[in-house]
Design a protein around this ligand. Sequence first.
Ligand code: SF4
Length: 345
Amino acid sequence: MTVAIKSVDALRNAGLVDDDPALDAVAQKYAVGITPAMLALIDPDDPDDPIARQFVPTAPELLTTPDERADPIGDLSHSPVEGIVHRYPDRVLLKAVHVCPVYCRFCFRREMVGPQGLGTLTPAELDAAIGYIAAHEEIWEVILTGGDPLVLSPRRLRAITERLALIPHVKIVRFHTRVPVVEPERIDADMIAALKASGKTTYLAVHANHPRELTEAATAAFDRMIEAGVMLISQTVLLRGVNDSVETLAALMRGFVENRIRPYYLHHPDLAPGTAHFRLGIEEGQALVSALRGRISGLCQPVYVLDIPGGHGKAPINAANVRGGDGCFTVRDWQGGEHPYPPTD
Ligand code: SF4
């Protein structure tokens, strides 16, 4: 049976990388991890394999451009207590864990996740985070993200959802996770029970970037969750060399809809360190999204969004929210504030 890969040496043994010492330097900065399900999808004979590109480290990760930053979407500036990000009035992120089953090479929280990352909340920190949610009646939705919240055992996850179930003003509990795709066998009856906070509605955002990720095993995991009453939505990062074609995006979005997953976000790649090789220009993204609109059903249309650097939140980057060109834009945030992109500070 294939085992998960967690180091560059293991990648070398698997024949997925060469002896380039730069890769050891990359692995010292950013965690490495690939699950058996994703390994099985990689074609080792294809130097441009879109699955390998997402998970196998490469030397360009050592290059940081001036506009990249350790906290590209400004989590830290909106964190009133450890583990909480309160950016918009009616919802918070709850980041209980900073570990993932895979480590994506384009990750926007790559400086926070992994064995050298921010770790898992201590019991006292978790108490304070849940206390913050309970004390703020305007919080309607709690979004468990990380890291990947589904790396927690069902017992530990249940301990969180049971506490959220006791907070009357919280109505929606949402998970953002790679697990149903990269480790579908984890989605068993215990895990599904742990996702459901009694009296609340559970949403789960499935993170997938290429249609090949929607395997039979992933489909079975989606089915198990849907049949238990979990609402599924999608999130995808637009990535050069992975899904930057109309054909690939159309197949992915159709795949979501065929799996009863409502396409939700298509993220413009964030300014995370060492990820320039994944980034497209905003005009390229807009052209792809326009082409998608003409080509596939309205059911399959994601919202193309940019997380405005500095913690100003997400903005749909269709023509109404973005002005400019030639690489310099002004993006309007959800409160009407305008911000240069790329940022000038
Ligand atoms: S699963 Fe999410 S948080 Fe984890 S490395 Fe990938 S993008 Fe980052």
